[in-house]
Design a binder for this molecule. Structure first.
Ligand code: DX5
Ligand code: ZN
Length: 220
């Protein structure tokens, strides 16, 4: 089981101030985050719109940390090259977004990027069973995607446990997204996740470093 020292914290810039995004990215970098979680929404797959490749390209020079790009768009396959070119390091597609998940994952890796797959709360873990050799990261949504600040759905803990078992000793990261806070993080770590997305928990206060430390402490 991962603990406070080994888990990764991925603040979601969905909850940042979009008017000063470069500054916000530098601030979470200095505050000690591991990944920068970038939520791309298309107003179709999810009921909200955020940003696309041009904005990701603009913030790329502001940090050397891993850009963990979560695509909540459908279809995703035609746009994967654009996100790779914009500076993504990990590109995560939703299992529900395209008919050919296996093909999307192979394509992401062919672009030299890490391939992730995300599961909506209602999607069973079995969708990843036959692509385990093609994924670098599995992202369990613990809220319905679209908005920050929602409550963690406890039923996802069982899914996280099952996926951890499926992963076995494969080098696949298990990320959880939605409602992660100092109050919920321990149960998520206990279930077997090792990368924690936190949007509102990090950005609601002024001291990002203190919140990231509090998340790591609560995870141990
Ligand atoms: C939701 C996004 C999340 C969101 C999490 O659709 O994928 O990354 O920003 O926000 P919090 O941490 O506030 O639940
Ligand atoms: Zn996300």
């Amino acid at each position: 089981m991962a603990g406070g020292d080994t888990i990764k914290i991925a603040p979601s810039i969905l909850s940042a101030d979009f008017a000063k995004l470069g500054e916000e990215v530098r601030a979470i970098d200095v505050a000690g985050c591991d990944y920068i979680h970038i939520d791309v929404m298309d107003g179709h797959f999810v009921p909200n719109l955020t940003f696309g490749p041009p904005i990701i390209k603009c913030i790329r020079p502001h940090t050397e940390k891993v850009f963990d790009v979560h695509l909540m768009i459908s279809p995703a396959q035609p746009y994967l090259q654009d996100y790779a070119d914009a500076g993504a390091d990990i590109i995560t597609v939703h299992a529900e977004a395209d008919p050919h998940l296996d093909r999307s994952l192979q394509f992401i890796r062919s672009l030299g990027k890490k391939a992730g797959v995300s599961l909506n709360p209602h999607t069973p873990e079995s969708v990843v069973q036959y692509v385990l050799d093609k994924v670098d990261l599995i992202l369990v949504m613990s809220v319905n995607p679209g908005f920050g600040g929602q409550s963690f759905i406890p039923a996802q803990l069982e899914k996280i446990r099952r996926i951890r078992q499926m992963i076995g000793d494969r080098p696949i990261e298990l990320e959880v997204d939605g409602g992660v806070s100092p109050d919920t993080i321990a149960s998520v770590v206990e279930a077997g996740a090792d990368v924690m997305v936190a949007g509102s928990a990090v950005f609601k206060g002024d001291d990002y470093a203190a919140t990231i430390s509090a998340l790591r402490a609560a995870a141990s």
